[in-house]
Ligand binder design. Structure first.
Ligand SMILES: *Cc1c(COP(=O)(O)O)cnc(C)c1O
Length: 388
């Protein structure tokens, strides 16, 4: 693997030099007002990225998975029911976590490649007359299949059913890269990590809790210690953590927020849409299909690309790494061997993307797929040169 080439895995993403440098700092006292001058602007900055005026932000030394656990254990009790669609590996893992915590999961099985059906959620919520469902889970962007779901539609379904459940959204591979509106969509707990849209190394679970989610914390009885947001709240009030915070990562997160805001969130989202659209033009030129079944669910941060029947898609990833030192994502779970993934989120330019598409098609041609060298690159070039 080359350390010069950009990566095209859907996280961890490429790290801008400014962010790497911000993480590299001398030791400071992590229980001091100096730490507070780092921490509080970061908490406020995350709330702005989440588009929330009211969320309380909690950042743990962990990863996105720890963010899932933070959402569940701080608001729910053993035996509670949650509603969740399973349409890929990440929604599957969150469901598995719920079950391991003793929650009842009402699962809406959804074909991998499709988005969450707001209509199916509405039906389930209308049928739940006694309000046993305490939380509705939604994976905004299924990184395994390259499928985004319409969170506003899910909120509308919850309102139409007049159901009081909390709405938990996994935005690990969307927040900071695709439109996300915590307040606008009525999200109660938003979850992300440091190593995707925020362009940092892995190591932070980043969560936002709405006032309604905060109101559920005292009554929740699931065991929690490391992820207890009440301890974190007390810590923050004293410019500290309940334990030792990853100060360098928090400093890097400040730089990441500054970079996203300097570019402008709308411009960041438009850049992701443009780069992703170029990738989709390339995929079409290769004569291949996306795992995502329709344009309304196409993800702007990752494309999962189906390879011809009988061909092991993982070979493309292995060969691209070995022959060209470039990283793509393998298929996960039900689509392992059937798709390979091109991650296109975070710190990325048209020029970087063209290099990724060029290597992807070289790898596919090397492996005997019926693809013309340059075809995908040319299709993306045509799109990028027009600028939108
Ligand atoms: C990456 C990812 C996760 C898991 O995050 P980790 O940081 O690896 O724990 C969860 N959900 C989605 C949608 C992801 O893309």
């Amino acid at each position: 693997m080359s350390l010069q080439n950009p990566v095209f895995i859907p996280g961890p993403t490429n790290m801008p030099d400014a962010i790497r440098q911000a993480c590299d700092m001398a030791t400071i006292d992590h229980r001091s007002s100096l730490f507070g001058t780092l921490l509080h602007p970061v908490l406020n900055g995350v709330a702005r990225i989440l588009k929330s005026e009211t969320a309380e932000v909690f950042i743990f030394p962990s990863t996105g998975t720890g963010g899932w656990e933070t959402a569940l254990t701080n608001t729910l009790s053993a035996g509670d029911t949650v509603l969740a669609a399973r349409n890929g590996m990440f929604s599957h893992r969150w469901i598995d976590m719920c079950q391991r915590h003793g929650l009842q999961v009402q699962i809406i099985e959804t074909p991998w490649g499709e988005g969450i059906s707001a209509a199916a959620y509405e039906e389930a919520l209308r049928a739940d007359k006694d309000h046993r469902i305490k939380a509705v889970l939604a994976t905004h962007n299924e990184t395994a299949t390259g499928v985004k779901s319409d969170i506003a539609a899910i909120r509308a379904a919850m309102n139409a059913a007049n159901h009081p459940a909390l709405l938990f959204v996994d935005g690990v591979s969307s927040i900071g890269s695709m439109e996300f509106q915590m307040d606008g969509w009525g999200v109660d707990v938003a979850v992300t990590g440091s190593q995707k849209g925020f362009m940092l190394p892995a190591g932070l679970a980043i969560t936002g809790f709405s006032p309604k989610a905060m109101a559920a914390v005292e009554a929740a009885t699931l065991p929690r210690t490391f992820f207890d947001i009440r301890d974190m709240q007390k810590g923050y009030a004293a410019n500290a953590y309940p334990y030792t915070p990853p100060v360098g990562l928090i400093r890097g997160l400040k730089t990441a927020i500054d970079m996203l805001e300097d570019e402008g969130l709308d411009a960041v989202f438009a850049r992701h849409t443009r780069i992703a659209t170029g990738v989709r033009h390339a995929v079409a030129a290769w004569g291949l299909e996306l795992c995502a079944t329709s344009p309304d669910v196409y993800s702007d941060t990752v494309s999962a690309i189906r390879t011809p029947e009988g061909f092991d898609a993982t070979r493309i990833v292995t060969h691209a790494a070995e022959a060209y030192g470039m990283a793509f994502g393998v298929g996960l779970g039900d689509v392992a061997g059937k798709v390979f993934r091109i991650g296109h989120l975070g710190s990325l330019t048209d020029a970087m993307m063209l290099s990724g598409l060029g290597i992807a098609e070289m790898a596919m041609v090397d492996l005997g797929l019926d693809i013309t060298l340059g075809s995908g690159v040319a299709a993306a070039q045509e799109f990028y040169r027009k600028g939108s």
